[in-house]
Ligand binder design. Sequence first.
Ligand code: NAG
Ligand code: NAG
Ligand code: NAG
Ligand code: NAG
Ligand code: NAG
Ligand code: FE2
Length: 466
Amino acid sequence: MWFMCNHSSFLSVTTLYSHQPDGKMVTFLAAYVLLNFAPLLVLSVPPIWTQPEQVHLSYAGIPGSMVVTWTTFNKTDSMVEYGLQGGRLFEMSAKGDATIFVDSGEEKRKMFIHRVTLTGLKPAATYVYHCGSDEGWSDIFSFTALNSSFSFSPRFALYGDLGNENPQSLARLQKETQLGMYDVILHIGDFAYDMHEDNARIGDEFMRQIQSIAAYVPYMTCPGNHEATYNFSNYRNRFSMPGQTESLWYSWNLGSAHIISFSTEVYFYLEYGMDLIFKQYNWLKDDLEEANKPENRAKRPWIITMGHRPMYCSDDDQDDCTKYDSWVRVGRTDIKPPAPGLEDLFYQYGVDLELWAHEHTYERLWPVYGDKVYNGSKEQPYVNPKAPVHIITGSAGCRERTDRFNPNPKEWSAFRSTDYGYSRMQVVNATHIYLEQVSDDQYGKVIDSTWVVKEKHGFSSWLTSF
Ligand SMILES: *[C@@H]1O[C@H](CO)[C@@H](O)[C@H](O)[C@H]1NC(C)=O
Ligand SMILES: *[C@@H]1O[C@H](CO)[C@@H](O)[C@H](O)[C@H]1NC(C)=O
Ligand SMILES: *[C@@H]1O[C@H](CO)[C@@H](O)[C@H](O)[C@H]1NC(C)=O
Ligand SMILES: *[C@@H]1O[C@H](CO)[C@@H](O)[C@H](O)[C@H]1NC(C)=O
Ligand SMILES: *[C@@H]1O[C@H](CO)[C@@H](O)[C@H](O)[C@H]1NC(C)=O
Ligand SMILES: [Fe+2]
């Protein structure tokens, strides 16, 4: 491009000066050399990369908090300037830190991931913010601080398996988020396909794609198999979930729900550490124990889990969930020491709802435990169900397209769809959760909806007759 430009300027110079006497020719040649080669020298100086990009939010787990995370490719300070909507713009400011993330690909690309935690936010108040430093500020975004009341009824969008290529549901999710339809997004693993590819440029572009969602509402995540390369380094470095596990497993509270996010991948990538299965299992047990203390369960009766690979599914691939003894469900007896699975643990502690993805389909299950259906009653299976309810929602859209179902599902399979889409959930109150499935193929039509109703929670609720 530079060369082309200067070539034409050379032509115009020639026309202009062609009538001049010969003595001017030297000056002209010097000008020619300058005009045509100086820009080539300029080309070798890299641009400055201090402009913030890939802005996204997450909830830090403490009422009145929000984390703003973004990327620059040159080192800068990490600041957020913010203020209440309608008040004085950028009235307040907060400082954070940047960590250097060096991708493990050939180019060893380096980026700075900035994190600023805002605290003391007024519950349910809307804030306007930008992030960056004196070397460059982002666009202006806004978010609503999460309402910290136990009686708040948060609205979620849920999905997994959303890629950079063929992200079919993305535009609809962007628009609905900006319309204010969601308080929180749960992305249940598998991002970008894959974040590490093209020396992590796919990760960069994906994070730019979701900015129009994630800069407005907290974007809460768990890792999937597509994050596994280089020991999940793109996932661990780019997201900022609560706790000290580099976003691998954590829990948080909202309204009447306690939400647990974990990594199913510890069961599959033993090369990154078999101990991670046990570390996570012990953490899950402690977290569930705490959440089940009567004073805690009284305030947050719903326990909801999210993990990438389901325990059950009826797809026709040979994935773990298609097997009777899936590793996530029953653990691994082929390793030493044997690793416990999660179904018994979740059942023992009365987990109400389990959200999954990985299968590029939507599937709702009747209440299930030990491969058997435990309906609340035949007429109202989700009213006081006698086992956890499972939802698989991994059809947001990615380059691998959608999956197919096997024609003979087991009796726990209640509803299935291979349409691209995503789920919505509202934790309405202590007794009611509403779930629905949106088909993007059918222009946003709701193709499935369910109320889960529980008058009692916890292990004893499985055995109680009402
Ligand atoms: C800015 O970042 C680019 C790309 O990583 C790098 O090549 C360049 O050396 C950096 N410049 C400074 C001043 O750090
Ligand atoms: C938070 O939600 C509760 C329940 O919906 C509502 O009563 C309360 O007014 C909300 N808080 C604020 C500050 O809006
Ligand atoms: C992979 O990352 C996890 C989380 O940081 C760490 O605990 C583990 O030791 C790493 N495994 C290897 C083989 O480096
Ligand atoms: C569970 O409830 C559904 C809906 O009523 C019904 O179709 C199914 O047969 C029930 N399953 C069992 C095992 O009762
Ligand atoms: C909980 O929400 C449901 C559905 O909106 C409603 O019927 C029920 O009365 C609510 N319960 C309480 C205690 O407000
Ligand atoms: Fe997956």
